[in-house]
Design a protein around this ligand. Structure first.
Ligand SMILES: Cc1cc2nc3c(=O)[nH]c(=O)nc-3n(C[C@H](O)[C@H](O)[C@H](O)COP(=O)(O)OP(=O)(O)OC[C@H]3O[C@@H](n4cnc5c(N)ncnc54)[C@H](O)[C@@H]3O)c2cc1C
Length: 472
């Protein structure tokens, strides 16, 4: 086994967990090629307003159930500081454009109506895909409160519409990571177990940062990976953990090209964009009592600065608000200057809390859509799709094994999905290696017979994940 070799593309949670499983199984000959200058991928903390905020994944979702979420276990092992998020009250903190809060009864009724309508819509989609006629077409949300609740249901919760494996298997509680070391310290902890590290720095030269892979060539003998800086690496296999958004873009090319069933599956999977905008204020002017961590702004444009959270539970005294935008609103905001976004956010806040609220002193707008190493935030499989689509996204093509959250059958879109997918992919690859090792004597015998019949030539097959040329 130790002679086999693997190149892992991407050092997010799936790439790191894949590498760890290989190392634990005696495959020491691997190279991790990561496009950026850090590990973590979509798990990324940044200092903002004296605290550490998570630009990507923020929550450990799925806690408190029968089974234990493996990411929660990792977090508990290193005493990651987290904070319980109680979304249940958000629906009772809905502001209209004049700053009035919708009465609790009215909000509860609107919420129930939205859930019923979502269920009806799902049934109608199911009937459609089965070629049957749906009983009743659901009415689409129209008023600002209906639009706001629809946004919360579909862009956040979704649990009301279909059972979500994360909550069914691991429990319904969600914990916000509020630790100065960041969510990413989970990855460093994992890396420490199989890479050479010192003082929280990875010094192992099997991890190569700033290596943007542009081309993957495969032949019956192995793979050749070319990076943007002109380097080339050879190995027996590749584990590719780039996001579904990257696979849909033209960052990577494959020789021979990927088969049609693969490219079609990749294109069919939706990519969700999810933008957390952080705003720092000189003081706190929003309600901070129990049940008030999350609040909603109802506007006639769906998803327009709808979902708000204050950070006082996570970091008391930080005076930070977070507003979350998704999809088209995310793309719109990514394309404009932060000053324009700040102006819009301030006008929304003044609608809710009055004209005297202080202007934010700082703003942070992550740009996941325009990041060519991400092209979005997480995979979003169509609600009605057969399992074949995911199986095709996940299936290896020759020597290229696909991993990442988008290949997780039950937990796509989540950190634990990425973590478990990396482990699963490495296990499948180990199985493949075992099979090919068993076959090797037979193949060598057949090859020697063939070679005897042809002119002798030297073998170019390389058993290590080798750097061939260019800068390392
Ligand atoms: C804003 C946001 C909020 C989220 N919130 C949550 C949450 O609260 N809870 C939760 O569980 N999940 C959340 N997620 C999802 C979660 O972050 C992901 O599911 C998970 O981190 C994906 O891990 P991964 O290893 O599959 O991919 P990634 O982390 O994307 O890792 C892939 C790596 O590949 C690298 N790469 C890409 N192309 C190349 C190339 N050509 N050459 C070399 N390297 C390349 C990238 O730089 C990256 O480091 C969120 C994600 C985002 C963006």
């Amino acid at each position: 086994m130790s002679t086999a070799s693997v190149i892992i593309i991407g050092a997010g949670i799936s790439g790191i967990s894949a590498a760890k499983v290989l190392a634990e199984n005696g495959v020491e000959e691997f190279t991790i090629l990561e496009a950026t200058d850090r590990i973590g991928g979509r798990i990324h903390k940044q200092d903002f307003g004296d605290v550490s905020v998570e630009l990507g994944a923020g929550w450990i979702a799925g806690v408190g159930g029968k089974e234990s979420n493996p990411v929660w276990e990792l977090a508990s092992r290193i005493n990651l500081r987290t904070c319980f998020s109680d979304y249940a009250n958000a629906r009772y903190n809905i502001y209209d454009r004049s700053g009035e809060i919708f009465p609790t009864g009215f909000a509860a009724d609107s919420y129930k109506k939205a859930v019923d309508s979502a269920i009806l819509k799902l049934k109608s989609l199911e009937a459609d895909s089965a070629g049957q006629v749906a009983e009743e077409a659901p009415s689409s949300p129209k008023t600002p409160i209906e639009l706001a609740i629809d946004f919360i249901l579909h862009d956040f919760e979704m649990a009301e519409v279909e059972p979500i494996s994360t909550y069914v298997d691991f429990g319904e509680r969600e914990f916000l990571v509020a630790d100065e070391r960041g969510y990413e310290c989970l990855l460093y902890k994992m890396a420490e177990e199989f890479l050479f590290t010192s003082e929280r720095k990875i010094l192992d030269d099997r991890l190569k940062l700033n290596k943007v892979v542009r081309e993957i060539q495969q032949s019956k003998n192995g793979v050749l990976v070319k990076t943007e800086d002109g380097s080339e690496y050879e190995a027996n296999y590749v584990i590719l953990s780039a996001s579904i958004g990257v696979l849909q873009s033209n960052l990577l090319s494959f020789q021979p090209p990927l088969p049609r069933w693969k490219t079609e599956a990749i294109q069919k999977c939706d990519v969700m964009v999810y933008t957390k905008i952080f705003l720092k204020f000189p003081h706190c002017f929003w309600p901070c009592g129990p049940g008030q961590e999350f609040f909603i702004y109802a506007h006639e444009q769906r998803g327009y600065f709808t979902f708000w959270q204050h950070m006082e539970n996570a970091y008391p005294g930080s005076n930070i608000l977070v507003v979350t935008l998704t999809n088209e609103q995310s793309k719109r905001v990514e394309a404009q200057s932060d000053e324009e976004t700040l102006k819009e956010a301030m006008s929304v806040l003044r609608d809710m809390f009055g004209p005297t609220v202080p202007y934010a002193t700082d703003i942070l707008v992550p740009r996941w859509w325009n990041n060519r190493f991400q092209r979005g935030c997480y995979s979003n499989y169509p609600m009605i799709s057969d399992n074949q689509l995911l199986q095709n996204v996940k299936a290896p093509v020759g020597r290229i094994f696909f991993t990442g959250e988008h290949t997780s059958e039950k937990f796509s879109g989540y950190v634990h999905g990425g973590y478990l997918a990396g482990m699963d992919t490495s296990k499948s690859l180990l199985e493949e290696m075992k099979q090919s090792l068993l076959l090797q004597p037979l193949l060598a015998f057949t090859e020697s017979l063939t070679l005897k019949q042809q002119s002798p030539k030297s073998q170019t097959y390389n058993t290590n994940a080798n750097f061939i040329s260019g800068r390392s």
